[in-house]
Design a protein around this ligand. Sequence first.
Ligand SMILES: Nc1nc2c(c(=O)[nH]1)N[C@H]1C(S)=C(S)[C@@H](COP(=O)(O)O)O[C@H]1N2
Ligand SMILES: [Mo]
Length: 356
Amino acid sequence: MNNEIAKSLPPGQQLVAPGKWPIIGEKEPASVPSQWQLTISGNCANPVTFSLDELRALPQVHRVIDIHCVTRWSKLGVHFTGIELSHLLSLVRPNQDANYISFVSHSARRHATSLTLTTAIEQQTLIALSVDNQPLPIEHGGPIRNIVPGRYFYKSVKWLTEIELLETDQLGFWEAESGYHNQADPWKEQRYLVPNIDKRYAAELISAKDFSGLDLLSLSASNRDLSGLQAVEAKLRNADFSGSNLQGANFRRANLSNANLQDANLSDSDFTEADLEGANFTGANLSGAKLTRCSLIGSSFFDPMRGEISGALFDQHTEISEDVIAPLFPEQQEFVRKKLNVEEPKGQGSFNCAPE
Ligand SMILES: Nc1nc2c(c(=O)[nH]1)N[C@H]1C(S)=C(S)[C@@H](COP(=O)(O)O)O[C@H]1N2
Ligand SMILES: [Mo]
């Protein structure tokens, strides 16, 4: 392989045979409408529906794009033509709260995928109508598909019919059903929710909702529905659960050091004897959660830069014991005590320097 090609090939990828382009996932749209349309709606000032002819009349750009499929094949230098997503966005004008963008397919299962709006723009997402100067063939998602260069190909939806601007993320089909990574950067090998596992195992983890006893270092599970998750004694250091629903989850004796639990729904979850050192609970819902005999050294419950409004939610059923609160950083401790309405016991504060 020459150097130029080697430089364009992300880790763990191989080239398809010259001239070959595999068909992966769904093979056909739900139906073949007489009039294809693309609707852009959701959190924007000016939702629009374009007919295919209207899309063709918009300014077209030509791009040479490398395709990288998560199942390890790549096809380099594919010539696509279409409309820049950023141009369409300038027409619909996203609102301030449009944080995510979802691409929805006209397919039997209404296949979809999502990105942060920032990523979609930075990656120069293209709404492709042609490949090699010919209309995009239907088996490859024609007449309209989005192409996200710089992400695994599952972020590029075939038979694109709707683009939705969203405040909170709506996980895509492969991401939600099969444990595909939600960021999908091929240069970081963000294939599945845990590094170095295969597709079957990723899908099993997601459907079983049972991580008990497993070693899942650097799990990437943000914005997921994992309510009722069983994770007894699971090794979850550095896990990212931000924005996820973990209602009633069982994390007894789990290792969650440095885990990101920001904005997660942790109501009625159980962290008894868990290692939560350095964990981030900012904005999390801890109503009815059990935080007894766990270690919270260096963890945070609110962001001092953003103030109390960023703080975690507690209620009268949250169980958190004095021995757990005492080692917290002073300002974190003060916040937690205020929310729980508990006084610091006399002579036992974090500034207490009793002689040996
Ligand atoms: N509608 C729809 N779009 C989809 C998929 C799908 O199953 N349905 N699969 C994705 C995946 S995993 C890949 S690798 C590419 C495959 O596109 P291709 O069949 O044109 O190679 O489409 C993506 N977009
Ligand atoms: Mo894929």
